[in-house]
Design a protein around this ligand. Sequence first.
Ligand SMILES: O=C(O)CCC(=O)C(=O)O
Ligand SMILES: [Fe+2]
Length: 378
Amino acid sequence: MPVPVSAFDVKPWTRPAETTESLDWAPLKTIDLSVFDQPGGKEKLADDLRDSAKNVGFWVVTGHGIPDDEVLRQLSIANTFFHLPLEEKKKYPCDFSTGDYFGYREPTRTIGSTNVKENMEMLNIPKYTTNDDYKDIPKHDIIKAYEDEIADFHRKLFENVAAKLFVLLALILELPEDYLLNAHAYDRKSEDHLRYMIYHPRTLEERKAVNDGRGGGHTDFGSLTLLFSQNVAGLQIRTPSGEWKYVKPVPGGITVNSADVLQFLTKGYIKSTIHRVVGPPHDQSSIERLGLLYFVRPNDDVPIVPVPSPVLDREGLLTEEDKKAQQHPEKAPTGYAWTRARVENAHNRAKLSVSYEDTSEKDRVFDFKGLAVPTRWD
Ligand SMILES: O=C(O)CCC(=O)C(=O)O
Ligand SMILES: [Fe+2]
């Protein structure tokens, strides 16, 4: 039975002001997707994107055609959700024992040897495919109440942004244009999700005790992460020289990063860059940091083997073993197996580390059947 919308009063949420502090911002390239369909547009954009995908792992997308009022509407629903009673939010938790990331993640874990807990909550919403593959995943009443607009936004975000980026990345790799898109098709099953996220302010003492989030450096698990610009500073990326730089919000922009699976598929040609979220600057230290993201994962049945790209060949990135693996994709871990294992490894634990030193040797790298990523940085 549809849940009446009137049961939830979604008040319009507006963005807080940007910080006035001058932070060390990362110089990220902007990819204006509005020229994608013009003659020569894709080729130009692929040229624009090449260096960022290869050497930075982060860039900003504009011209995506998603009106800001739709973005603010999603953020308003998210904000309403996070301010519901905990009992309501806890009805459908993520099941980390099986690496299942769909549902609500409650901030229950402590950081290092402190008794300070995580300060972030999230809700991960699966795809609305034409086959309704995720219809049996239980959803909170507020999500059911606004399901039509959430579903429209979910698909639109994938089609307007992720799908086009997969075409550009395929062009960069000199693969057929639809090669990567086919491995991430919206209407096939995958662990993709739209994420509502909120970080709660911490006291200065708490910030000190947990190293202000500096131990939370990580790479993302899937293929691409789309992050709507939000004004509370805190997201930092680690540059190749090991410096941390802040990601600056771009009005109307979406910050995108490439993640582990694209790094595996391209033998490191596309980078999965380390990033973290630290405490906000002084003038934003008492405001909540609300976020809206989309995590693109490979389709469940996609074998994680290097793509047959002439670029990888020319760059000497493909070993004899890789070429053998390409001949026997049935032996490789699937997108589903990798994603579930990575989420289980990262989250099925009672404590989060506060720093690299605080992390045991075996926890510094996650290796799933030869797919290996470092897991901790600061
Ligand atoms: O909140 C952000 O700015 C980024 C969060 C993030 O890195 C993640 O959820 O993987
Ligand atoms: Fe991340």
